[in-house]
Design a protein around this ligand. Structure first.
Ligand SMILES: NC(=O)c1ccc[n+]([C@@H]2O[C@H](COP(=O)([O-])OP(=O)(O)OC[C@H]3O[C@@H](n4cnc5c(N)ncnc54)[C@H](O)[C@@H]3O)[C@@H](O)[C@H]2O)c1
Ligand SMILES: O=C(O)C(=O)C[C@]1(C(=O)O)C=C[C@@H](O)C=C1
Length: 376
């Protein structure tokens, strides 16, 4: 193994060709990030329309006849968690790569299944990039999805060190920080920081189905922040949560207990011996816990864009005109967010641009009569 992994400048394991099996959100995002470093990426997906879109996005070239004349440096299995062990086994049988990894959100069960299926654990380094979105498919992919994020690696004791080095290199090329930890430890950690929070967000969002139009019209950014991830695919998340059942259930029980204490505190607040202290204690602990999250103090290295809010009327074609005006000013829109409060004829389009382009855009849009609000 040691001799078969090529090296790049500085003795780092080189990664020149990568196969990505599963060209959805994560597979295509990894592929786009690798393409931006000139890595030759070969893609496959059982869904031809998905594969075509990923190829059209520039994420790589399609795998022909399920085989490569020369094994790639690394194969990344970016399929749904339940499919990973079987896809890995087939890829190893076909000799697609020298080293294999996956991106599944759960690890211990997948590692056990891979061992049971007789996968070669020396060349397999289970992985989990801690970046994602609440959308699926290649259309939602972004090359910067993993910038500044952790990327968990959970090799078994049988993994070859050069395989771990090659998969770490993939994580770094995607702008992430590889962290090696045991699969069970990983699953307990993500139960706390990803899986239980996802379920809690879904439970909050589920309450919104009972909200009438006048209540929903008042929705601001708070509820959107708290529920964003609830937009994820229920099928995928059922698989993820069921593969990490006991650790997630433990965290959810603790959250439920805090919520029950809070509700009781509110219900009994008017009683002579009632107290808001239990509620306050949860709020205090919540604020402390939120402050414990890393990245808050500038550790994340995403490019910082200037965000320019533009108030627009809610009518057909308005976005096209706005983008055309930015284009005429020679300004590239890096990202865009649209806030539209139901029932109101106006909305806010927040244009993200490179900081050095902000003044040009403000000037051009103001001159053209757009309602621009820099610094808001
Ligand atoms: N969505 C996230 O935020 C996120 C973040 C990190 C990791 N992950 C993990 O990444 C993996 C992919 O998730 P996604 O969000 O990209 O989902 P997705 O639905 O966007 O993509 C999954 C792709 O896998 C393909 N696929 C299905 N069966 C396959 C098979 N047998 N072989 C090859 N491809 C197959 C599907 O056609 C689809 O294109 C999952 O294991 C998930 O747990 C997801
Ligand atoms: O940011 C999001 O939308 C995500 O859901 C990303 C997120 C997370 O919980 O952080 C979700 C699941 C993945 O397995 C990894 C990352």
């Amino acid at each position: 193994m040691g001799e078969t992994v090529s090296t790049d400048h500085g003795g780092q394991p080189g990664v020149e060709r990568v196969v990505v099996l599963g060209a959805g959100l994560i597979g295509t995002s990894i592929a786009l990030a690798l393409r931006s470093h000139e890595v030759d990426v070969v893609l496959s997906d059982p869904d031809p329309a998905t594969l075509r879109m990923a190829v059209d996005l520039g994420a790589g070239r399609p795998l022909q006849d399920g085989a490569l004349p020369v094994p790639a440096d690394v194969a990344v299995v970016a399929a749904p968690p339940g499919a990973v062990p079987e896809v890995l086994r087939q890829a190893q049988d076909r000799g697609l790569a020298q080293v294999y990894t996956d991106a599944a959100s759960v690890k211990a069960g997948i590692v056990a299944d891979a061992e049971r299926l007789g996968c070669d654990m020396a060349t397999y380094v289970p992985g989990h990039p801690m970046g994602g979105r609440e959308k699926n498919g290649p259309g939602a992919a972004r090359s910067d999805l993993f910038l500044g994020r952790s990327w968990a690696l959970c090799p078994t004791g049988k993994a070859d060190p050069s395989a771990i080095a090659a998969v770490s290199r993939i994580a770094r090329l995607c702008g992430a920080d590889p962290r090696v930890l045991d699969a069970s430890l990983h699953d307990r950690a993500v139960a706390l920081v990803s899986h239980a929070p996802h379920m809690a967000a879904s439970a909050v969002a589920a309450q919104l189905t009972g909200g009438d139009e006048s209540a929903l019209a008042l929705a601001g950014q708070g509820v959107r922040d708290v529920t964003r991830v609830a937009g994820g695919d229920p099928g995928m998340w059922t698989t993820i949560l069921s593969h990490n059942a006991a650790p997630v259930a433990r965290v959810l029980r603790a959250i439920a207990e805090d919520l029950a204490v809070t509700a009781r505190s509110l219900e009994e607040a008017q009683d002579p011996d009632g107290s808001l202290e239990p509620l306050r204690e949860v709020l205090e602990r919540g604020r402390t816990g939120q402050g414990h999250l890393p990245g808050k103090h500038g550790a994340v290295q995403r490019p910082s864009y200037a965000v320019l809010p533009v108030v627009v009327s809610d009518e057909p074609g308005v976005l096209g005109h706005l983008f055309a005006a930015a284009g005429e000013a020679g300004v590239n829109i890096e990202d865009v967010r649209i806030e539209h409060t139901p029932g109101l004829p106006m909305g806010t389009v927040s244009l993200s641009v490179l900081p050095e382009a902000e003044d040009t855009l403000v000037h051009a849009l103001s001159e053209a009569g757009w309602s621009v609000h820099p610094g808001r």
